[in-house]
Design a protein around this ligand. Structure first.
Ligand code: GTP
Ligand code: SPV
Ligand code: MN
Length: 594
């Protein structure tokens, strides 16, 4: 498929390590994909779903101990420990290669090595980057075919260039004790072993498009961010774009595909999806920031997705889709998950592959009693999305009017606030916090600091990453405004106060009105807050101006507690925290105490 010497010699070297019985180059053709699906169905790796209701759709279950990203076993392997920083796990690259080589040794015996040449971003664009993933898993191949752009044109675009990201994945024994997701940013290399779960093994996604790309972005003067990209079309046809960084399972896919509330739909507002998880961002010739989605599909959270919460996402799953760790409704060979509808199947297999008893479902013990795993996912083609933006495949991306940060906070963070400047906005990103979710292994619902929603994804020192944000700010003549949102404030009974989902459009429209200078705001200790009456609540049941007032109230006591927690966190990040952020933190504290 290629004469590229760097590619061929690397594959030879890896072949000698993992010892496959043969090699198959993935060419992106439907014919080849179909042959692989047949093999996977025959071996039980995939189950074909009802061809009438879900044409060309498949169900896959991962090992019970392998259902989410494993941050504790994810490493950044830079030569100098301080370049990986205090927030990342670090291993010496020489030591890591040696240690993992033992796990890889002979791990493909009797298996095929699949070679996947893929492009993040449209093939051949100067903003795109090329990777090659080697894997022993057909599931990985089929997912990569949906999530990235795969085929001979990728190798053509690469030509003789040795500059590609080398990814080696081995399922091995799927041994959790020896699971490693390791990144060598100085070598453009990713090694993943003993997992077969999405975020750990679809190496184009978090490993390349965030960890390696964030490292490259700093070196080359651009940004790789954990952000959705969304266009809002106004009734006059004008489209404004925003990007938003929320931690895993905190609403990116939902916001990226939201359906405008009836009041806006009637007036002609529309929503267009450019991306739902990752944005590569550069300064355009016009002095604005331009964002592009390097992916070609969606690896979305299934539970909670339904006709009302996210109609567009649901529609993307209706054909050519792979479902992972959802429930299997045997009555009609379809899939089911908590929150799909109110009719749990009576004859179903749960995510673990066991007969499921819907009567035993217990919200307090979802992992053991739910039909679908809380982090069960669908892998769907972007082209299936009814609201896919016409700019989705634009090589240069779309210009950003606003950047939005957000987390899952039951208290403290208001519905929305605006930063005072790029520097203050970057600071607001650095102090983000969110309750942990099922997207990563570990405790759930614990508030932790998750700067820019990038805590698990920065491929270098967090302080340097923040400095990069500040440096970028100096290079953008027309920077987007930076905001922070929180859809997840709860009342005393623990219910969400804000309706969320499509109604988040109301907040995004306030944000865009601020960007256009069309609406006032109120100064507060943390930044600019909306006047409660400026968030449009027309057509909303049970939400009054007083509700909005409550949602934008700043509780100084809990904010001051946060300030202490931020100080601790900055200390943990260490010596490279920009001094500007300490100045901003002092201002915040002074404002709160005034
Ligand atoms: P990753 O794919 O892990 O990066 O997640 P994501 O950020 O794309 O999150 P997603 O949109 O899949 O939402 C995750 C969960 O949050 C789902 O269960 C949603 O139903 C829920 N959710 C999303 N938006 C809202 C909202 O506005 N309000 C509330 N209450 N829940 C929401
Ligand atoms: C996330 O966890 O942020 C995801 C899913 O988007 S994964 O690909 O597993 O990282
Ligand atoms: Mn994500």
């Amino acid at each position: 498929m290629t004469q590229n010497k760097a590619v061929l010699s690397w594959i030879d070297e890896m072949k000698a390590l993992v010892e496959p019985k043969d090699i198959l180059w993935i060419d992106g053709s439907e014919k080849q994909a179909d042959a692989l699906r047949k093999i996977a169905c025959a071996s039980g790796e995939l189950e074909a779903l009802n061809p009438e209701k879900f044409p060309n759709c498949y169900l896959h279950r991962t090992a019970v101990n392998d259902v989410a990203r494993v941050e504790g076993r994810t490493f950044i392997c830079t030569r100098k420990k301080e370049d990986a920083g205090n927030i990342n796990n670090w291993m010496d690259p020489v030591e890591c290669y040696e240690k993992l080589s033992k796990l890889y040794k002979g791990s493909y015996r009797g298996k095929t090595m699949y070679v996947i040449p893929y492009s993040m971003g449209v093939v051949g664009s100067s903003f795109s980057k090329i990777g090659i993933e080697l894997t022993d898993s057909i599931y990985v191949v089929l997912n990569m075919l949906i999530m990235t752009r795969v085929g001979p044109e990728v190798l053509e675009a690469l030509g003789d260039n040795p500059d590609f990201v080398k990814g080696l994945h081995a399922t091995a024994n799927c041994d959790a004790e020896n699971r490693y997701i390791c990144h060598f940013p100085e070598d453009n290399t990713i090694w993943s072993v003993n997992s077969a779960y999405g975020g750990n093994v679809l190496l184009g996604k978090k490993c390349f498009a965030l960890r390696i790309a964030s490292y490259l972005g700093r070196k080359e003067g651009w940004m790789a961010e954990h952000m959705l990209i969304l266009g809002i079309e106004f009734p006059n046809g004008e489209i404004k774009y925003v990007s938003a960084a929320f931690p895993s399972a905190c609403g990116k896919t939902n916001l990226a595909m939201m359906i405008p509330p009836e009041v806006y739909k009637k007036k002609g507002y529309k929503v267009w999806t450019v991306g739902d998880d990752i944005a590569w961002i550069r300064v355009g010739e016009d002095g604005r920031l331009w964002a592009m989605n390097p992916e070609n599909g969606f690896f979305g959270v299934a539970p909670g997705t339904n006709e009302h919460s996210n109609y567009n996402a649901l529609m993307t799953t209706k054909k050519n889709c792979i479902f992972t760790n959802v429930g299997h409704d045997l009555s009609d060979n379809t899939v089911w998950w908590e929150g799909l509808n109110d009719n749990p199947p009576k004859n179903a297999i749960n995510w673990k592959g066991e007969v499921w008893d819907y009567k035993k479902y217990d919200k307090a013990d979802k992992i053991n009693t739910s039909c679908a795993h809380p982090n069960s996912r669908f892998t769907a083609m972007a082209s299936n999305c009814p609201c896919l933006s016409s700019e989705f495949a634009s090589p240069k991306g779309v210009p950003l009017s606003a950047i939005i940060f957000g987390g899952r906070r039951a208290k403290t963070a208001p519905l929305v606030y605006e930063s005072r400047s790029w520097q203050h906005g970057a600071f607001v990103g650095s102090i983000m916090a969110s309750e942990t979710t099922a997207a990563a292994a570990g405790a759930l619902g614990v508030v932790r600091r998750d700067p820019m929603a990038m805590r698990p994804f920065v491929g270098y020192d967090m302080g340097d990453y923040w400095q990069h944000w500040l440096d970028m700010g100096k290079k953008i003549p027309n920077p987007p405004k930076i905001f922070h949102v929180n859809w997840f404030r709860t009342d005393d009974e623990g219910h969400f106060i804000w309706p969320g989902f499509g109604d988040n459009m109301r907040v995004v429209l306030w944000i865009l009105a601020r960007c256009a200078g069309k609406v006032d705001a109120v100064e507060s200790p943390i930044g600019y807050l909306p006047k409660p009456e400026d968030i449009n609540i027309e057509g909303l049941d049970g939400v009054t101006v007083d509700t909005i007032k409550e949602l934008v109230t700043i509780d100084r006591k809990s904010w001051l507690e946060d300030v202490e927690n931020i100080k601790e966190f900055y200390k943990q990040v260490g010596a490279r925290v920009p001094k500007e952020f300490y100045t901003e933190l002092e201002t915040l504290e002074t404002n709160l105490k005034a």
